[in-house]
Design a binder for this molecule. Structure first.
Ligand code: GUN
Length: 289
């Protein structure tokens, strides 16, 4: 029986945001510039509205300017592209985030490709994806950055560790695999067509759940003592009515098997906005330098 310890992402993110607020204050004092983050929300998706509200609040708390553009779900692709182009040339805006998903009639890849890569604080532009892949200076996607920060904080060097990433999305799976490779892990990306998925997972020293399927990764898929990072945030019905949030990992089953595990909520989730603030400050520094 392994003693399973929790990774406190909420506490880590609070410390990180405090550190960033201090750095923002120094940056403002030395340059006279306030870093600005513009967020574009198209439509009324309730989960997106909650994220955007939290982003705005935490951006202001860090001493940065928050610029919010809310467009109706009926906004045309041309209108969204024109807004992004205006933000690209606005000197008060150092970071641009277009909240995903976009309504179906808007080509998300086209919108992301229009963002100035220097202001692409989500790290989704192909130029930043390519820079990350070749090891050049990039803006790196926020959730993957948060995962690797937590891992390095708890494990120190990740060199030589076997990492299995379950999920191959552009937002989490692929970029977290790139970051782990940069830390000298041996990386496997598993997905819905992977054969013997549980066997692949059992080889992992670091197991990342990023599929968006509630509790798909079972306790007996985890190698005893492994570190488990659960990126999933899934809302499920409770037996007695109401809903609760669960991750991609069966958390209760992982107790006594995993060495370290992130809870849901309170694990990876809070790291995303903290890393977004970090990226906004990084982008502002590079633009003002
Ligand atoms: N929707 C869900 N996660 C994200 C994210 O990290 N960035 C953006 N822009 N949209 C999202």
């Amino acid at each position: 029986m392994v003693e399973t310890r929790l990774i406190d992402g909420k506490g880590f993110a609070e410390d990180l945001r405090r550190r960033i607020a201090g750095e923002v204050a120094d940056f403002k004092a030395s340059t006279g510039v306030t870093p600005g983050l513009a967020v574009v929300l198209v439509g009324e998706d309730p989960a997106s509205a909650v994220y955007v509200r939290n982003k705005g609040k935490q951006t202001l708390e860090a001493g940065m300017a928050s610029i919010e553009h809310k467009l109706p779900a009926t906004a045309s692709e041309t209108e969204v592209l024109a807004l992004v182009e205006a933000l690209n040339v606005d000197p008060a805006v150092h970071g641009i985030l277009v909240q995903l998903p976009l309504p179906g009639h808007i080509d998300a890849q086209k919108v992301l490709a229009t963002i100035d890569p220097a202001k692409d604080v989500d790290g989704f532009h192909v130029v930043n994806v390519g820079r990350l892949a070749v090891g050049a200076e990039a803006l790196v996607p926020c959730t993957p950055l948060g995962c690797v920060m937590l891992l390095k904080h708890h494990l120190g060097s990740l060199a030589g560790l076997r990492a299995v990433v379950v999920g191959r999305s552009n937002i989490v799976g692929k970029p977290v695999a790139q970051l782990l490779l940069r830390e000298d892990c041996t990386v496997t990306i598993a997905h819905s067509r992977t054969r013997d998925l549980s066997e692949e997972c059992r080889r992992a020293d670091i197991l990342i759940g990023a599929v968006g399927r509630p509790e798909m990764i079972r306790g007996d898929w985890i190698k005893p003592g492994a570190t488990v990072i659960d990126v999933g945030i899934n809302r499920v019905e409770k037996p007695g009515g109401g809903t609760r949030l669960v991750g991609d990992v069966a958390f209760d089953e992982a107790q006594g098997i995993a060495g370290l595990i992130t809870p849901v909520p309170g694990g990876v989730g809070p790291m995303t906005i903290a890393c977004l603030l970090q990226n906004t400050l990084t982008a502002a520094r590079r633009q003002v330098a």
